[in-house]
Design a protein around this ligand. Structure first.
Ligand SMILES: Cc1cc2nc3c(=O)[nH]c(=O)nc-3n(C[C@H](O)[C@H](O)[C@H](O)COP(=O)(O)O)c2cc1C
Length: 218
């Protein structure tokens, strides 16, 4: 059993950051700690108790290198989109001030993707394209909480993670690298995993709660 960091539940929930620059590429990640975190992920809620989740763990250097190239191809497309972090503007100066840091951090990850020792790719059976919202909610709402539970369990064990979706510009190509049957299985995201340089992380800045809560009516 890996040692758990002395974090309260609220500290764990508020300090599990998108970790990129503080990933330690040199420290090996034990298979057991990944399996411990995935066993915790499996306790997430699941639509119709289908337990429709699969986790592809990638440690093979050649496969990681191939996926890193796919990620970098996607990164170049992402940068051209209006929703890319460097192209967004926010009225709140504190929010706006975060964007250069997020961009620099994301660029660092893109540059060093192949060096991350473990990737975890949560998947679900089926494809959500062209499904009604109720079915999409069931599929994504099952895999999302499981992936986040994995990330929380990883943080509790001194590991850093970040939810990434940019490789999905070329999901089919990534499926070929990993032998995933693309027509039947959807990759939800790709989570790079590594031990972190230090374990002290702070809560992130968020818009005031009052701007996002709608009580009884929108
Ligand atoms: C749905 C989703 C997709 C994301 N995709 C990427 C990605 O492809 N690459 C990346 O570096 N970060 C990605 N992120 C991480 C966000 O950029 C990060 O959560 C955000 O900058 C806020 O940082 P924080 O989570 O530490 O507060 C993604 C996060 C989410 C929730």
């Amino acid at each position: 059993m890996a040692m758990l960091l002395p974090l309260t539940v609220d500290e764990l929930l508020t300090t599990t950051r998108a970790v990129r620059k503080r990933l330690d590429f040199t420290q090996p990640v034990e298979r057991e700690v990944i399996l411990d975190c995935l066993a915790i992920a499996q306790q997430a809620p699941t639509a119709s108790n289908m337990q429709n989740w699969h986790f592809v763990v990638v440690t093979d250097p050649a496969k990681r290198a191939a996926l890193a190239e796919i990620y970098r191809k996607g990164w170049n497309i992402y940068l051209t989109l209006p929703v890319a972090a460097p192209n967004l503007t926010f009225p709140n100066p504190a929010h706006q001030a975060m964007q250069p840091r997020v961009t620099a951090s994301a660029r660092y990850l893109a540059d060093h993707f192949h060096e991350v020792p473990v990737y975890v790719i949560p998947c679900f059976m089926g494809r959500s394209e062209n499904q009604p919202a109720v079915m999409q909610s069931a599929l994504w709402g099952t895999v999302g909480p499981a992936a986040w539970s994995f990330m929380l369990a990883a943080r509790a064990r001194g590991l850093g993670t970040v939810w990434t979706c940019i490789h999905l510009f070329f999901e089919e190509e990534a499926a070929q690298v990993l032998g995933i049957p693309f027509a039947e299985v959807t990759q939800a995201c790709l989570i790079p995993v590594a031990y972190t340089h230090g374990t002290d992380f702070k809560p992130g800045w968020r818009e005031p709660l009052s701007t996002t809560v709608h009580w009884d009516t929108w």
